[in-house]
Design a protein around this ligand. Structure first.
Ligand code: ATP
Ligand code: MG
Length: 696
């Protein structure tokens, strides 16, 4: 009812409310960090549902699956409130039927939604519905196999490695630029290989096609293609009344084309973002998408938000000054009513060890003062920056979760296990096939290829492998393996409990795993966890898809009902912290050379992107912000910063910005503390070795 809606929208400011209740025309919300963009978007979705739009006709695109879950949880909360208000007004139950509606909204990342749509409508565009998805390392492996087959690496001068080939390919398809231009602008040292790269890429595309596998980029490219196919596009468009996108500043050209295809006249389209927070241009995202949106969609209403609700004034002032130095940006005047607050701290530490001590000291002190661990986060530029801290947190039994970096399902043993299911699901999946076959003793790359060919000749029926004569070393494993695969493809097992299926794979795989790794036991524990979690999924193909896209970082991430009473600290790369907020934020390793990273200091655009990245980090903080600078740190096998030249704080802390910070030294290490450290037996050389292992 209108009254109930008014009551709920009361807490938004007038601009936010205007966006929430906006009608059908194209809508752009462009505003700075912490101004309530995501909040407004959640209210808009709730308003749409309250006004009678069927939730399953709403498409909500977010940057991560976590963000999507969080947003839908919020929408659900708002709908409940509406229900509650409506209930208080005599006799109205209009919204009552809408409870649980949020669950019906199509929410997810572009990639996840692409997968769903392609499975249902891809046939029209000539796609088999049972395709499997290659993650980044799978696609690199496939690229490598083809590179070897074509004997490209045997060329006179050094041919780019598989990772570089993949990056070039990905950049080409995501920018939709000619290869020559991509090479010239981003990979000039590979220009001489243009022809060979072309040959490689087209073989790569053919191979994926022949084996019904898709890499991440394909998901977007095929969705784009679907929207260019008249009949298919009409079908997909017909499904949705509204399309809403958060973090629009980090989309690429293909994604913009998809949206244009979904809403050709812009009706029902809402996009939200902040140009000052665009940090994914290395993945071909372009800030032009958000800046040019009004031009691309005539009749766009633009909403700008200026009040920051997240941070205290002292923190906001510091972040405003950091971004003020950016070369190119829309002027935004952010202000906050939260005028009282602690100044942000710039903390100089002797070295990484002292930084770790300082962090733990502060984290525990804040916890004493009532800030649970979940309300604090440690952010860093590169995933390996947290290793020393992780070691120390584990040693002290302080629970933590890590976002970004290597994820649980990217670990070899979990990938191995999933490969069995993936091949059962799509027997043409050559990457999973190879991965699995070479696990078996006595089977090498060549033999694996032959076996996959045999399978193809027999129409992908695993019984074909029964007649194969296995190599001697595989005499016992082979029949068990074939029986397993035949079992997994039986219709009744296909529909059967997924946990049981993983259990069967685990029992076959365990002895192989024990031979391969010395820490087999903890790896087997992971697989048991996987088994439990998988038991909750109904659909095998859905499970595999979930595991391949935006993979969860731990089994806990996967569980539907995480232990709510558990308190843990968040460690996150800055990239993965986008859109999130915490009461206390520690931005660590903020030395120049780490941020901007030494690897990004050759082009002005890259430096600007690193500046925005630093801005994203700082703007996550609500009440407390610490920026720590270890003045000596180990880098590429040697100390950076010695007694004569200490590492400097990031250049993004300009004089202006630095003036907002209270500068201190960590000073946690007194003479006595040193003694304590020795007594605990913590050996810093262990930590150093851990760090060095990253490059070795
Ligand atoms: P980012 O750019 O980091 O993604 P954002 O613009 O999406 O930020 P939100 O995350 O939606 O901002 O909101 C930031 C904080 O401000 C949240 O804690 C939110 O609850 C709060 N907030 C937003 N709007 C209001 C409001 N009108 N009144 C009070 N608090 C608000
Ligand atoms: Mg947001």
């Amino acid at each position: 009812t209108p009254d109930a809606l008014d009551a709920v929208l009361e807490r938004l400011n007038p601009e936010q409310r205007r966006a929430a209740v906006h009608g059908d025309g194209p809508l752009l919300i462009i505003a700075g960090a912490g101004t309530g963009k995501t909040t407004t978007l959640a209210h808009r979705v709730a308003c749409l549902i309250a006004r009678g739009v069927a939730p399953e006709r709403i498409l909500l695109l977010t940057f991560t699956r976590r963000a999507s879950a969080e947003m839908l949880r919020r929408v659900d909360g708002i709908l409940r409130e509406l229900e509650h208000h409506a209930g208080n007004e005599a006799g109205t139950t209009a919204v009552a039927t809408r409870s649980a509606a949020a669950r019906k909204v199509w929410g997810g990342t572009f990639h996840a939604i692409a997968t769903r749509l392609l499975r249902r409508h891809g046939k029209l565009a000539g796609l088999p519905p049972e395709f499997t998805i290659l993650d980044r390392s799978d696609s690199e492996d496939l690229m490598h196999v083809i590179r070897e087959e074509l004997e490209l690496s045997k060329s006179e001068s050094r041919f780019p490695l598989k990772g570089t080939c993949m990056s070039i390919y990905s950049r080409t398809v995501n920018t939709q630029w000619p290869l020559r231009k991509v090479l010239k602008e981003s990979f000039p040292w590979c220009e001489e290989h243009e022809d060979k790269l072309k040959q490689l890429f087209s073989a790569y595309v053919d191979r994926k096609d022949a084996h019904a596998v898709m890499d991440y980029d394909d998901l977007l490219l095929f969705w784009q293609a679907l929207m260019r196919h008249e009949e298919a596009a009409a079908q997909v468009r017909k499904k949705f009344d509204c399309v809403l996108v958060d973090e629009y500043q980090d989309t690429n050209v293909v994604q913009a084309n998809i949206l244009k295809g979904m809403c050709p006249d812009g009706q029902g389209l809402t996009v939200v973002g902040d140009d000052a927070q665009s940090i994914y241009s290395f993945r071909a995202a372009t800030v032009r998408n958000i800046l040019d949106f009004p031009e691309q969609h005539p009749g766009t209403s633009v909403v700008k938000l200026e009040q920051n609700y997240r941070s205290t004034e002292p923190i906001l002032e510091a972040t405003n000054r950091v971004i003020a130095a950016a070369k190119e940006r829309h002027e935004k005047d952010l202000w906050s009513e939260r005028s009282q607050g602690e100044p942000p701290r710039l903390v100089f530490c002797e070295d990484e060890e002292e930084q770790t001590d300082f962090l733990i000291d502060r984290i525990l002190a804040h916890r004493e003062d009532g800030l649970s661990l979940t309300r604090q986060a440690v952010l860093f530029r590169a995933s390996h920056h947290s290793i020393a801290l992780e070691v120390e947190l584990s040693r002290r039994n302080i629970p933590f979760h890590k976002f970004g970096g290597l994820k649980f399902v990217e670990t070899a043993h979990v990938k191995d296990t999933l490969a069995f299911l993936r091949l059962a699901e799509n027997p043409r999946d050559i990457v999973s096939g190879h991965r699995m076959l070479v696990l078996i003793p006595g089977i090498g790359q060549r033999r694996a290829r032959q076996l996959m060919e045999t399978l193809a000749e027999k129409r992908f029926d695993f019984r074909a492998w029964k007649e194969v004569n296995p190599p001697k070393a595989a005499k016992t494993d082979w029949p068990l393996f074939v029986a397993l695969m035949i079992g997994l493809t039986q219709p009744e097992s296909r529909r059967g409990n997924l946990g049981d299926q993983i259990g069967r794979v685990r029992r076959f795989y365990a002895p192989l795993l024990e031979r391969k790794y010395d820490n087999a036991r903890s790896r087997l524990k992971d697989l048991e966890q996987l088994e439990i979690v998988a038991g909750r999924f109904k659909d095998r193909s859905q499970f595999i898809t979930e595991m391949s896209l935006d993979p969860p970082s731990s089994t806990q991430d996967l569980a539907e009902d995480p232990h709510l009473d558990e308190d843990y600290l968040i460690l996150s790369t800055i990239h993965s912290a986008k859109g999130l907020e915490w009461d206390t934020v520690y931005v660590i390793h903020a030395a120049d050379g780490n941020i901007p990273s030494d690897m990004s200091t050759d082009s002005p655009e890259q430096i600007e992107e690193e500046r925005r990245l630093f801005y994203v980090a700082l703007t996550r903080a609500k009440d407390w912000l610490y920026v720590t600078v270890p003045q000596r740190y180990y880098f590429h096998g040697r100390y950076r910063g010695d007694a004569h030249s200490y590492a400097q704080p990031t250049r993004f802390l300009t004089k202006d910005a630095t003036a907002c910070f209270e500068q201190t030294t960590a000073g946690v290490r007194s003479e006595e503390d040193e003694g304590d450290d020795a007594a605990t037996g913590l050996d810093s050389s262990d930590i150093r070795q851990g760090i060095k292992d990253i490059w070795s």
